[in-house]
Design a binder for this molecule. Structure first.
Ligand code: BG6
Length: 485
């Protein structure tokens, strides 16, 4: 059966930076089913050849040494273009005619990819419905991929879900969060559920707290206009950080299948206690890097945070009393996404000559990127030094263990939309529950103005106040930039 990717927003950044490079690399690796075609749709007029040529340049730029002119020219034959307006029914009839011709009127699997600005999502979905493009007749498959952000709050996400469900059933819908396409994020499930040694200690009896950090060195740069509306919490927490929380905290699903996996993830969000305004003042931090106000598109008196910390509790048997600290920021010391599982102290300190606090407890560090790997920290006797102890590490690194580069997240996700595996995509209830956790934080920041918006120097681990804040919560940040080998 032919497969067709139809990309709305074909002349945009996401298409040239991520989607086409990922599809090209899949083609080069011979992972893309042989009869896959790509059709771009956007307002800018292009001939098929002009669009192919434009993509050749951008794909070369974004795939680097993976690019080979000969392979590209074969791949380019599978790419087509259809100019059109999202709000014009005629454009959709024309699209339908083009796609049917490319598919030679065979039943096909079609993936409609919304890579447009989010304001066009509803219209595009309604037009697809009106043109009969969502119907699955004669064994045909129709799927829709929706990029983030999925709404800007709970009410808009609910509204968008209703609009989607008027045209597509939930099993046809693939809401993307590219963090789930990362190998190291999927590996958290493997670490936990394909090994027997971690699960018995993965709970409140052994774990003191969890730190989930997504730090970025980059500033907001040219994205000021978007960022002013989003801020760090909508941009990173509602999706990526909550996804990392879910895979870290979920129970083992009975099967590795979309609904079984997502049921367990949803239960985590259901167990997260939404913060009251008073709790927001105490359990969150927000800050802006110095210089943000000079970025293009940013209001001179903007109070948009570019850094935040949120302490959440998962109220269930496994996690009662274990704080999860979620933290993300732009203009930080280095690029580092990691999850630190901080274990408790041993019940009785046998060896230390100093105070209890001097002996650091075990720690498991899951490095999501860029130094993909896992480190387990444990105490060791220092040789020839009496019973002095030192925290040492067992170090697993993906690059040392496995040959080849870790693939870009979009490769796996795009392939899954073709195969029809939604395990790594956000379900409707999951998106809404996530907003249900985020909305009270944003609302309290706006109404109570607490906590104060702090300022931090670019190139640090956020505001200096974060150190004391963590200390008051009885913990300490583990701020080390990963060593790249
Ligand atoms: C995107 C955010 O979803 O994720 C960006 O909009 C952020 O602001 C990016 O930079 C981070 O993704 P990654 O894969 O580089 O960690």
């Amino acid at each position: 059966m032919p497969n067709t990717f139809i990309i709305f927003g074909a002349s945009g950044d996401l298409t040239s930076r991520k989607l086409i490079p990922a599809l090209y690399v899949l083609f080069r690796k011979k992972r893309l089913p042989a009869d896959t075609r790509i059709v771009g749709f956007s307002r800018t007029p292009f001939t098929h050849d002009a669009w192919r040529e434009k993509l050749a340049g951008t794909t070369k730029e974004f795939t680097g040494k993976d690019f080979a002119a000969e392979t590209w020219s074969k791949f380019a034959q599978t790419i087509f273009y259809q100019a059109g307006d999202i709000d014009k029914p005629d454009s959709f009839s024309a699209l339908r005619a083009t796609v049917e011709q490319i598919e030679e009127w065979q039943p096909s699997t079609r993936v409609y990819y919304l890579a447009t600005s989010p304001q066009f999502y509803e219209e595009a979905i309604a037009q697809l419905g009106a043109a009969g493009l969502a119907e699955e007749t004669n064994g045909a498959r129709r799927r829709i991929v929706i990029e983030k952000p999925f709404g800007t709050d709970l009410a808009s996400a609910q509204h968008l879900n209703e609009a989607v469900h008027k045209v597509f059933s939930e099993k046809q819908v693939y809401r993307i969060d590219h963090y789930l396409g990362k190998e190291t994020v999927q590996n958290i499930m493997v670490l936990r559920f394909a090994n027997s040694i971690f699960e018995p200690i993965w709970n409140r009896n052994y774990i003191d707290h969890v730190q989930i950090t997504v730090a970025e060195e980059v500033t907001v740069g040219r994205r000021g206009e978007y960022y002013e509306k989003a801020g760090i919490v909508r941009d990173m927490f509602q999706n990526h950080l909550l996804q990392l929380l879910m895979v870290t905290a979920m129970e083992a699903p009975v099967k590795y299948q979309a609904d079984a996996v997502r049921n367990e993830k949803v239960k985590v969000l259901e167990a997260v206690h939404p913060l009251t305004p008073k709790e927001v003042a105490w359990n969150t931090l927000r800050a802006q890097y110095k210089g943000y106000l000079n970025e293009p598109g940013v209001a001179p008196d903007s109070t948009t945070p570019t850094y935040a910390v949120v302490k959440l509790c998962v109220d269930n048997w496994r996690w009662q009393g274990v704080p999860f600290f979620l933290r993300s920021g732009k203009a930080m010391s280095c690029r580092s996404s990691q999850i630190v599982i901080q274990f408790r102290q041993p019940p009785h300190q046998l060896f230390n000559h100093k105070s209890n606090q001097d002996v650091e407890a075990n720690r498991l560090i899951i490095q999501i990127q860029p130094a993909e790997g896992i480190q387990l920290m444990f105490q060791t006797k220092t040789p020839d030094a009496g019973m002095d102890l030192r925290l040492t590490e067992l170090d697993f690194s993906f690059s040392r263990e496995f040959k080849g580069e870790i693939p870009e997240a979009y490769q796996r996700l795009l392939l899954d939309t073709l195969i029809g595996d939604a395990s790594l995509f956000t379900r409707a209830d999951e998106a809404e529950l996530a907003w249900g956790i985020i909305d009270p934080i944003l609302a309290a920041w706006q109404t109570t103005k607490q906590p104060d918006l702090l300022v931090y120097e670019p190139g640090l681990w956020g505001p200096a106040e974060a150190i004391d804040w963590m200390y008051h919560h009885g913990c300490q940040w583990f701020d080390t930039c990963p060593v790249l080998t």
